[in-house]
Design a protein around this ligand. Sequence first.
Ligand code: DLZ
Length: 283
Amino acid sequence: MIKGITTIRKTSAKELQAVADLFDALGFERGKGWKTERGRGEAFMSPVGQLEFVEGREELPCDLWVEVNDLDSIRAILNEKRFKVTKDIQPTKWGSRFLIAEPAKGVEVLFWQKDRAKADAVEGDLNAAGMRFGIVVARWNSFITERLLQGSLDALRRCGCREQDITVVRVPGSFEVPSEARTLAETENYDAIITLGCLIRGETTHYEHIATEVTRGIGQSAQETGVPHTYGVLTCESLEQALDRAGLKAGNKGFEAAMSAIEMVSLKRKTGSAASKQKGPAR
Ligand code: DLZ
């Protein structure tokens, strides 16, 4: 039985590292790499593999084609991690969409997704133009929460949200996040509320109780006001873990919470019975 397939391309150590960084950033599971005096291999596990031989002239001759099931999220991650995108999302001639990333000069990776979304399900888009957001951020562990805030603002701006449509409110700690989130939601001036905080087990007395209460309160506010709330409150074992989730190894949860907020507003507009109210944010 065939166990794995490798294609060879001449590359420098720097280019190889850039490509490995790209797939790490996208959350690909690592395989067993190798390093000898002859060179180095970076392996990734392919969940579903397809080996395709093509006859004819290819109009998009990239080094690698990767089929994905959520091209918009791939673009968001590439943007967040500042990978170069040489061709942004566009349709193919065969009912799909693609984008091309260039992690290292001359190394092109094409990501594509078959256009099935309309037939499969209704999904929110990631265009935040005209949407209004309230962000509630805890000052406790501000070293972390300010990074989450930057991640959220980055996501909103990249997706087309205007500065005047974003209101940031700071509260003392995570415990106060739900009540302020509810206050903002009840004004009906926001399409979604993004909640940001950081609880660290080792440093927080009654950690479990506080974490449960904060989570419950945010969920309750979302359900009772009908305004989408997204959850960017880190519950971590250590400061190191919190740092990883605030922009180091494990992405930026503030960025993710903002992306989810945009998607939920868009989804609500598509599936909700009443159109979102057109009011300006509270000043
Ligand atoms: C008191 C406290 C503690 C011990 N730890 C944290 C924490 O890790 N993260 C956080 O956001 N807030 C913490 N707080 C503050 C509480 O959330 C709250 O602000 C205060 O108890 C005042 O009600």
